[in-house]
Write a protein that binds this ligand. Structure first.
Ligand code: F6R
Length: 245
């Protein structure tokens, strides 16, 4: 595991964006595994800026997103389809045909999960997977559990995740209770994994994930075993983990 320290959220976003853009410059048809939520927003803003200046070209790049809420379609402003379109895809020169996100409207979970895993395999796997970190140390929507689930699956969201994500909805009752998420094998098979974590509210999760044992009760802890894992974190997020220095 490699740690890249950042001063603050802005600095972390720029540092992580540099890693993603270097990947695309070196391999223009890279498969990028992408995340939603607050954490990647600074990265996406940088990539949009650099793309606008012609410094990075996404015309051949393929993407697979980590997750989508069950029951929300692309036209719903809270869906992750909508989030990605608004915050990245509509502002870079990516081919919409190369963009992939689980289909939250597919009622047959087995069918959707098989489709998504086959799609990732068909793309040749993920070159670089971008992750945020849940307050409960989830990655994608792989919630704390008794075992790691390998492939894409439909998951019941934990109360902690529903509470954390209610800030994007009118109130907590509007947050979908289930999501489709890539599984842990999908994530750890990525050639490289980059996680961005900022803020004191994530400090405990960082400590649990990277200073403690590897356990499915702390899903991100599995990244300790990844050969090419980079943690980009600001001082606040690292405040409870002096041993990572
Ligand atoms: C989002 C995702 C989640 C988030 C995590 C952190 O696609 O998979 O694991 O990365 O919940 O969310 P933020 O960044 O909003 O704190």
């Amino acid at each position: 595991m490699r740690l890249i320290r950042a001063k603050d959220t802005h600095d972390a976003g720029r540092k992580a964006a540099n890693i993603i853009s270097a990947q695309v410059i070196l391999k223009p048809d890279s498969v990028l595994g992408l995340a939603t939520g607050s954490s990647p927003l600074g990265i996406y803003q940088q990539l949009i800026r650099w793309c606008g200046r012609g410094d990075v070209d996404f015309s051949q790049t393929r993407t697979v997103n980590l997750d989508e809420y069950v029951g929300l379609g692309p036209e719903n402003e809270n869906s992750y389809h909508s989030f990605m379109h608004r915050n990245l895809f509509s502002q870079i020169n990516i081919d919409p045909a190369n963009v992939h996100i689980p289909n939250g409207l597919e009622p047959d979970a087995d069918k959707e999960c098989r489709r998504y895993d086959a799609l990732i395999r068909g793309l040749g796997g993920v070159d670089i997977q971008l992750l945020g970190l849940g307050n409960n140390a989830h990655i994608g929507f792989n919630e704390p559990a008794d075992c790691f689930v390998k492939g894409t699956h439909r998951v019941d969201l934990s109360q902690s995740t529903i509470d954390a994500n209610s800030r994007f909805f009118a109130d907590a009752s509007q947050v979908p209770r289930q999501a489709y998420t890539m599984g842990m094998l999908d994530i750890v098979q990525a050639e490289r994994v980059v996680m961005i974590v900022t803020g004191a509210h994530k400090a405990q999760a960082v400590h649990d994930a990277f200073c403690g044992p590897v356990t499915p009760m702390v899903p991100a802890s599995i990244l300790q075993l990844h050969r090419n894992f980079i943690l980009v974190a600001d001082e606040d997020a690292l405040s409870l983990s002096p041993e990572l220095a």
